[in-house]
Design a protein around this ligand. Structure first.
Ligand SMILES: [Ca+2]
Length: 268
């Protein structure tokens, strides 16, 4: 199985590598958090986030992979981002990595709005973590946008501060769930292809079970949409991706599914 996993991982890495060809600033699809890892910005200001109080972008040092994280240091410190082009009735997946030191709670607040700073439509969803013992922990939730939604507001904060407390955030993400297979969808021109069922199966049964897998999924969510948007523009690219990457990958996964499926399929 490990050899198959290596082949598959290599294929997906090649796929992700397509992002290197994208022009800067190409990410433009609606309804998703941009710069989810706080890797973009100038000095203390994370790109796409509004600052209040002493919230800042900091070098994440040895705590977590990547160069940067966002840190809040007290009661009034808030990082806010408004996401536009949210589609009503679509189910989204939200997640964030939270690092908490000392007696304080790290909180990610998410709420749907009609109009930016217009009217909040439903109760705020809260993802929170207490002392994370020197690690980042991932908190996730799924949320369906109610009728009338146009925007999502995300706020990063700490509550119940005590002296010496610190809260950091990294990899805050928000994507439509169906977009996991965006690259394959772009390659096939439809999201109902049988091949997509195999990929979804693999995601649900293997990738999101372990921490390395879920980190991979988070990275894929970040890289996938711009790649998909890029290849969808060209029939030639779509054919290349379909024939050289996705079809072999799907064949490999189908052939080996007895190894990774929790319940071997006995229906045929
Ligand atoms: Ca980061």
């Amino acid at each position: 199985m490990s050899r198959h996993m290596r082949v598959m991982t290599a294929s997906l890495l090649i796929l992700s590598g397509l992002v290197a060809f994208l022009p800067a600033g190409h990410v433009s699809a609606g309804g998703m958090v941009l710069n989810p890892g706080f890797e973009l910005g100038e000095g203390e200001v994370p790109w796409q986030w509004d600052l209040s109080g002493n919230a800042e972008r900091v070098d994440s040092g040895a705590i977590y992979a990547g160069e940067w994280a966002a840190r809040v240091g007290g009661h009034g410190d808030i990082l806010t981002q408004w996401i536009e082009n949210i589609t009503p009735m679509v189910t989204y997946e939200a997640w964030g990595w939270i690092y908490v030191l000392g007696n304080v709670t790290g909180v990610i607040y998410l709420d749907f709005w009609e109009g930016k700073e217009g009217r909040q439509l439903v109760a705020t969803r809260v993802l929170s973590a207490d002392d994370t013992e020197g690690y980042y922990v991932q908190k996730t939730s799924t949320m369906q946008a109610p009728v009338g939604t146009t925007h999502l507001r995300i706020r990063l904060q700490g509550t119940g501060w005590a002296e010496g407390g610190e809260v950091r955030f990294d990899e805050v993400g928000f994507y439509p769930i169906r977009m996991f297979c965006f690259i394959a969808t772009a390659a096939y021109g439809t999201d109902t292809a049988m091949q997509l069922d195999v990929l979804r199966d693999f995601r649900d049964q293997v990738l999101i079970r372990g921490t390395p897998g879920s980190q991979f999924v988070a990275a894929y969510y970040r890289l996938g949409p711009p790649v998909a948007e890029f290849i969808a523009q060209s029939d030639f690219l779509r054919a290349v991706v379909r024939e050289t990457l996705i079809n072999p990958l799907v064949n490999l996964l189908q052939w080996s599914q007895g190894l990774w499926r929790a319940q071997p399929d006995t229906s045929s």
